[in-house]
Design a protein around this ligand. Structure first.
Ligand SMILES: *Cc1c(COP(=O)(O)O)cnc(C)c1O
Length: 217
């Protein structure tokens, strides 16, 4: 498929996984972890020390901006202006440049979070005025469908990124595409993913009742 392996990074999604098992993954060489729930992530991040890279991949409430900015290197789920403003304020107070992705809702029938593609340019132009947020690219979570049926959503996210970069709405270096999970990461890589978010394939099935697609509120 012509992808340089270096151009795809594996984010190990460790929600519901106890810290002892994360230690095993660290010992095996894994350095990047994704968490959906702030309260669950906090003690793990503290326990595992400063050498890891943490990704916030869940739905994010503005009131949690401060804590998330303190703990996470990349926030994948920025999808509205008010949240961006809260993150900007938190990052400014902390003197940090916060890396973020814009979460895009690629399927209209979807009720999950994410900005509709048509609203992404406006959101990006607002964020471009904020001096403590650095947009690294786009993220999406397609509907639950067989891998070949999610391919068009992944492709559409790549095309949106390319179009926004060509228009100068996305910075030239904002190349990241966070897409693909256990069921469909191979298709996502074929369509240009630079960050894949894989939980089950690494840590096994999560306890029942913990739904991957309905993060905290
Ligand atoms: C849980 C989760 C994943 C990982 O899902 P798996 O199917 O276990 O690989 C990826 N992205 C998000 C946003 C999630 O909530």
């Amino acid at each position: 498929m012509g992808r340089d392996p270096e151009s795809v990074q594996l984010v190990a999604v460790s929600k519901t996984v106890p810290v002892e098992r994360l230690r095993e993954a660290v010992a095996a060489g894994q350095r990047q972890f994704g968490e959906n729930y702030l309260q669950e992530a906090q003690p793990k991040i503290v326990a595992l020390g400063p050498d890891l890279r943490w990704h916030f991949i869940g739905h994010l409430q503005s009131k949690k901006a401060k804590a998330v900015v303190e703990l996470f290197h990349l926030i994948h789920s920025v999808d509205r202006l008010r949240l961006a403003q809260a993150l900007e304020a938190a990052a400014a107070r902390r003197g940090k440049i916060q890396d973020i992705l814009i979460q895009v809702m690629m399927s209209p029938e979807d009720t999950k979070s994410g900005a509709p593609p048509a609203e992404v340019p406006t959101l990006l132009k607002e964020i471009a005025q904020m001096s403590h947020l650095r947009v690294r690219g786009l993220m999406t979570m397609p509907p639950w469908l067989p891998p070949e049926e999610v391919r068009p959503y992944f492709r559409a996210l790549r095309e949106l990124r390319d179009q926004l970069r060509a228009q100068g709405v996305l910075p030239a270096d904002a190349v990241e595409l966070s897409m693909g999970m256990t069921a469909d990461f191979e298709v996502a890589v074929q369509e240009g993913a630079t960050l894949i978010r894989v939980g089950t394939a690494i840590f096994g099935a999560r306890p029942q009742g913990v739904k991957p697609l309905k993060p905290e509120d």
